[in-house]
Design a protein around this ligand. Structure first.
Ligand SMILES: C=C(O[C@@H]1C=C(C(=O)O)C=C[C@H]1O)C(=O)O
Length: 220
């Protein structure tokens, strides 16, 4: 089977947009440092997430839809980048792609312009992927709209990571592998302080501390 063409090398789709988050984000650093994220199966964290966090970490439906219901507003997808990118060893193992190329999509799921969730999704390119065309055409449409409206897509077990494992301020993270006609697609989602603040979720490290986000925003 021939490799699918993907001419972009970590192309920033929104190069003209500036990101002004709680921390300044060097996107390439963000991509390269992803390997530091330690995913654990749910039972290992079973007692850790307090209060409403458990529900957010274990819900298996569309996160975009759940966020939109909780915020009572529509969610906007800000695409940070999409194109061939680096994957960590753990991610490569997860996708069984130790030598293959992978297309990496980084987005912020935003409410009122504030980033609530950072998501990193990976689609292997080492052989033709049945979701490749839809993936390439996503733009600002949420990946969840494709994944949860396509019969035959299945979702594997959810894994979690503890807060503060990204170069931006992140709270709990969750990840799982979707499968369509045996082709995998890995979706990793990290909850951000603005979401916790607006939804009244407890600070993951100190239940008595509020998750007040910085007043800096994603600017477009
Ligand atoms: C997977 C979903 O799609 C969301 C949208 C994403 C995107 O557009 O890149 C990525 C991760 C998700 O949080 C979902 O809604 O559950």
């Amino acid at each position: 089977m021939s490799e699918l063409p993907d001419t972009t090398a970590l192309t920033s789709i929104n190069a003209h947009r500036s990101i002004d988050l709680h921390d300044s984000v060097d996107h390439h650093a963000l991509n390269a440092s992803w390997g530091d994220c330690r995913w654990q199966p749910h039972p290992q964290l079973v007692d850790a997430p307090a209060g409403g966090w458990r529900d957010w970490l274990t819900a298996r439906g569309s996160l975009t839809r759940k966020l939109s219901q909780a915020a009572q507003q529509s969610i906007t997808v800000q695409v940070l980048s999409q194109g061939v990118g680096q994957v960590s060893r753990a991610e490569a193992r997860w996708l069984q792609q130790s030598h293959g190329r992978v297309s990496v999509r980084h987005v912020m799921l935003c409410v009122n312009g504030e980033p609530w969730v950072f998501a990193r999704s990976l689609l292997p390119l080492s052989q033709p992927h049945p979701l490749y065309r839809a993936w390439q055409g996503l733009g600002r449409q949420a990946l969840g709209h494709v994944l949860f409206n396509l019969p035959g897509v299945t979702r594997g077990a959810l894994y979690h990571c503890r807060p503060a494992q990204l170069p931006i301020t992140s709270l709990w993270g969750r990840a799982s592998c979707f499968s369509y006609h045996d082709a995998p697609l890995l979706v990793c989602e990290h909850f951000l302080p603005a979401m916790a603040w607006h939804l009244g979720l407890p600070h993951p490290l100190n239940a008595n501390t509020e998750c007040r986000p910085s007043n800096r925003r994603l600017t477009i």
